[in-house]
Design a protein. Structure first.
Length: 213
């Protein structure tokens, strides 16, 4: 049986978090010589047809945010107060025939080699392609939903989950895995102390200790 022809791959940079622990918008932080939102946009543009920023509508009214990102294509959240699923679901509804390469802006160690690995391993015949690992002591699969590829087949499942009040991406992806509809890649662990390169930076202390490239 021949695999399906892959859908067009668009990119989505998630900027819509409230950044409460950081105390300022994480998209505006500078780890690589540019705002992190710009860095992620440029990174995904290497692999995607078009790259969009995902944000909350009120962020666009903040002068610093608007100056930094107002010129880039943006998809405001149409599903408020449901976490990261809001941005992904809003993007999928705006372009329902596209697959989405999603990256959160708070993972400064993600680079082109990691994204290349994800794109090359993409399985368009499954709902999503993600990095993950199994925690034997808990007998559970843990995946990283914030650096992943979501196929168009996810849209009806995500909408159903939204209407049922089940908006946690970890649980949704586990349900895909239980149906053999999730492509799982080994989580990369290449930082000092066996930390994952997918580790997010959420506080000023973590940002100040971030390992410079």
């Amino acid at each position: 049986m021949k695999p399906n022809k892959p859908h067009l791959l668009n990119g989505l940079v998630l900027l819509g978090g409230h950044s409460n622990r950081m105390g300022r918008d994480k998209a505006l932080l500078n780890y690589h010589g540019s705002r992190q939102g710009h860095y992620c946009h440029t990174l995904l543009a290497l692999f995607c047809e078009q790259v969009y920023l995902s944000c909350r509508s009120e962020q666009l009214a903040v002068p610093e945010f608007n100056r930094a990102f107002g010129a880039l294509p943006c998809i405001p959240d149409a599903f408020p107060a449901i976490g990261p699923l809001a941005g992904i679901l809003s993007a999928m509804q705006s372009h329902p025939e596209s697959a989405w390469l999603v990256l959160a802006c708070d993972m400064p160690d993600v680079d082109s080699s990691l994204i290349k690995r994800l794109v090359e391993a993409r399985n368009p015949d499954k709902f999503a392609t993600v990095f993950g690992y199994s925690a034997v002591e808990r007998d559970k699969l843990f995946v990283e939903p914030m650096c992943a590829i979501y196929e168009p087949a996810c849209l009806p499942r995500f909408l159903q989950a939204y209407h049922q009040g089940h908006t946690g991406l970890q649980a949704l992806l586990r349900s895909f895995h239980a149906e053999a509809q999730l492509e799982v890649l080994p989580e990369p662990m290449s930082l000092p102390g066996a930390q994952s390169v997918l580790q997010s930076v959420n506080t000023p202390e973590e940002a100040s200790h971030w390992r410079k490239p």
